[in-house]
Write a protein that binds this ligand. Structure first.
Ligand code: ADP
Ligand code: MG
Length: 692
């Protein structure tokens, strides 16, 4: 939970008293509130509404179909009551609202019949069915509209307490304790952004007099939450850099330039910029903790090679860690080809390097005879000792667990660490999830790359798709076929792959060889199938999503994705990135019959853009932050009031403010920042001692 309730150590702080110390709240109520996680007065005050009910009277002409509305009118007909089923009933009456005669229906509230007589004035809240000119009523109030205020806070109360009761407790807390609420933002900030004071904002958030007041209150808390969160991230970042003694690696600029000139292409502007950012970190005595984002095919491997070479020219060793053995081999091969002419020794360490060979390799590594070691997570095992490890790069870092990343950072004498990822992370998530890291972005593709043409086909068109596939095969090209993803069960995924595989084997007879790949195959088997596809012994590869990561088969020019609507946009983009790696035009066919509008929208977006960042933003918009990284351990912070997507602008402002504060001398000295410093101490970021 990211909220700056600064708890001072003295426990006589009135806000930290249990809720039953409020006059009007007894032990019984306190017990109910405790089930909502509310024990102290402060926790009650910071139990924020999750939405607001709008009780303003409105002209029905302006109310949309299915919208919730409150109206005041005169009963026009004797209510008729009908029972059906066991305990079910329907009460119907006509009500005259202004110039409209409408119907009102109450379900299962038969006792209301006696409360409504013809010509009585009544107030009714419910859903407006525009077509039937009927309100499906939820609330009934005898007499004219009574509700105070236009808006009423609605809280998530799990049915433990009624909203009315809860608002009463809140009112008690505010009236008895608001004098003890302290401001957590310096005056200068309140003035600069025209923010409400904390006390005022808290009252308005719970009891807004108008929509505008509620918005202002919310705006203040959004900023507060983001700012405190970012203060923590930026302070962590500063510590990571300055308190962890890194090594200053004086690389040989001349040699580096020579190497870059020896590459068969010239670097893109983005690659140059990123190389400079990383090299500046190598040179500095601070320890690098950097995330490198670049779309599939943007040339991250070249950047990695250049930076690893820089480390080597400074007299250090480098390591490159990748998630699969196939990838490790591919990288080892290409880095070896690039760097051997520069006199650099590149070696590969995977779990299949065993026995004597392994021992010998490890010996050479610790003697410093190997400059760059490439491998899977085998690289971070205890027995692997470098002589002088200067830089560690991990590729596709989201595949590594947090724990593995930590072990890696602790390897050797604090090497610089670079995490590379091809999954573009939307700006808003990057700021929050990787807020404590530096981020470099390759936002430019090498020139002359042919965009992959993407088409969306309905499943009925499978025959034509197969014809299209055959055309590519006749030209000597290869094809990936990705099988439906059924998230609940890997077993079903495999079954699907098996089915599609046998269909295609049948369809292509022996004209083309069709291979099969899925997660349940033993890893040697996976490697073998991949190798056969890579060597063009297999022309078609039917696979589950295991091919998603990094595999490079430039002769594959087509990908067909079954049930594409089941995949996230970022994942489809990753998959699609397996083609378009050679000089030929490549194609991606999405087979999908999406049922929802959002689903259709997603397919359309895929056919319209090849830009991973655009897609990731769209993905986030359509699926929400929780789903973006997958359900498990997403590492996303939770905000009480703020919404990372909706309030993105505020997030950026808060991030910049936090950065500036943490870097400034005043922050660590002036009284007006004392509350913020106290917060950093309490959350364990700093010891409270002065930093510099
Ligand atoms: P990524 O790892 O980011 O997906 P790679 O590093 O594998 O991308 O690069 C994809 C392809 O583009 C490789 O064949 C690589 O040689 C080539 N490449 C990299 N940088 C450039 C560049 N600046 N100009 C042209 N081609 C490039
Ligand atoms: Mg790559």
């Amino acid at each position: 939970m990211e909220h700056p309730s600064v708890k001072t150590n003295h426990d006589h702080q009135p806000l930290h008293q249990p809720v039953h110390t409020l006059k009007g709240i007894g032990k019984e109520t306190a017990a109910q509130l405790s089930e909502l996680g509310i024990f102290t007065i402060e926790e009650l005050l910071e139990y924020f509404p999750h939405r607001y009910e709008d009780y303003r009277l409105r002209d029905l002409a302006e109310v949309a179909h299915d919208e919730r509305v409150t109206v005041e009118g005169k009963v026009h007909s004797v209510p008729s009551l009908m029972f059906y089923g066991k305990k079910k009933s329907r009460l119907t009456l006509k009500v005259l609202v202004g110039r409209y005669l409408i119907s009102v229906v109450f379900f299962n509230q038969p006792y209301l019949k006696n409360k409504m007589n013809v010509n009585d004035t009544v107030t009714i809240t419910g859903k407006w069915d525009k077509h039937r000119q009927t309100i499906n009523a939820q609330l009934f109030e005898a007499g004219p509209h009574q509700k105070q205020g236009d808006f009423e806070a609605v809280y998530a109360l799990k049915g433990l307490v009624s909203g009315k009761q809860f608002r009463k407790y809140m009112g008690l807390a505010l009236s008895q304790f608001s004098d003890h609420l302290h401001e957590t933002l310096p005056d200068s900030f309140l003035q600069k952004y025209k923010l409400l004071h904390r006390r005022e904002a808290l009252r308005s958030l719970h009891f807004p007099a108008s929509q505008e007041e509620m918005k202002q209150a919310r705006r203040r808390f959004v900023y507060e939450e983001f700012l405190y969160f970012q203060l923590k991230m930026q302070a962590l970042r500063k510590f990571e850099r300055e308190q962890s003694k890194g090594m200053s690696q004086s690389y040989d600029l001349q040699k580096l330039k020579q190497f870059i000139d020896s590459l068969p292409f010239s670097l893109t502007g983005a690659q140059k910029r990123v190389v400079n950012e990383i090299c500046a970190d190598l040179l500095s005595p601070y320890r690098m903790n950097r995330l490198l984002q670049g779309d599939v095919g943007s040339g991250k491997t070249a950047v990695a090679a250049i930076c690893l070479y820089a480390t080597v020219t400074a007299g250090f060793q480098g390591a490159l860690m990748v998630p699969t053995e196939i990838l490790a081999e591919q990288h080892a091969e290409s880095l070896h080809a690039m760097l051997e002419p520069m006199g650099v020794t590149v070696a590969l360490l995977t779990s299949s390097v065993k026995g004597k060979r392994r021992k010998e390799l490890l010996g050479r590594l610790s003697a410093g005879e190997i400059d760059i070691l490439i491998g899977t997570h085998a690289l971070i095992q205890d027995e692997v000792d470098f002589q002088r490890l200067g830089l560690v790069i991990t590729d596709e870092q989201h595949r590594f667990g947090v724990q593995q990343r930590r072990v890696l950072r602790e390897k050797g004498e604090s090497p610089d660490v670079l995490f590379m990822t091809a999954t573009p992370i939307p700006r808003t998530l990057a700021i929050t999830v990787f807020g404590e890291m530096d981020v470099s972005i390759i936002d430019e593709m090498p020139a002359g790359r042919k965009a992959i043409e993407t088409y969306w086909a309905k499943e009925e068109m499978l025959d034509r798709v197969l014809g299209f596939m055959e055309k590519e095969l006749v030209k000597g090209r290869q094809v990936y076929v990705i099988c439906p993803l059924i998230e609940e069960s890997e077993k079903l995924d495999v079954q699907n792959a098996l089915d599609v595989h046998s269909q295609l084997v049948h369809y292509f007879h022996s004209k083309y060889q069709v291979g099969l790949m899925h997660g349940r195959l033993p890893s040697e088997e996976k490697d073998r199938v991949m190798k056969e596809f890579s060597d063009n012994q297999l022309q078609v590869l039917v696979s589950t999503t295991v091919v998603e990561v990094g595999v490079n088969v430039p002769n594959a020019t087509m990908m067909v994705i079954y049930d594409a609507e089941r995949f996230g946009l970022s994942q489809l983009h990753q998959l699609r990135g397996r083609v378009g790696r050679g000089s030929e035009q490549s194609y991606c066919i999405l087979l999908a019959n999406p049922k929802t509008e959002v689903g259709q929208e997603r397919m359309k977006v895929m056919t319209e853009t090849n830009d991973g960042f655009v897609l990731s933003e769209k993905d986030l918009e359509l699926r929400g932050p929780g789903d973006f990284f997958g359900r498990k351990q997403s590492g996303l912070p939770e905000f009480k009031v703020a919404d990372m997507i909706h309030d993105y602008r505020a997030l950026e402002v808060a991030r910049d403010d936090a950065k500036r504060l943490i870097e400034s001398k005043e922050f660590w000295e002036l009284e007006e920042y004392a509350v913020m410093r106290e917060y950093l101490v309490q959350t364990g970021v700093t010891s409270g001692e002065k930093l510099d």
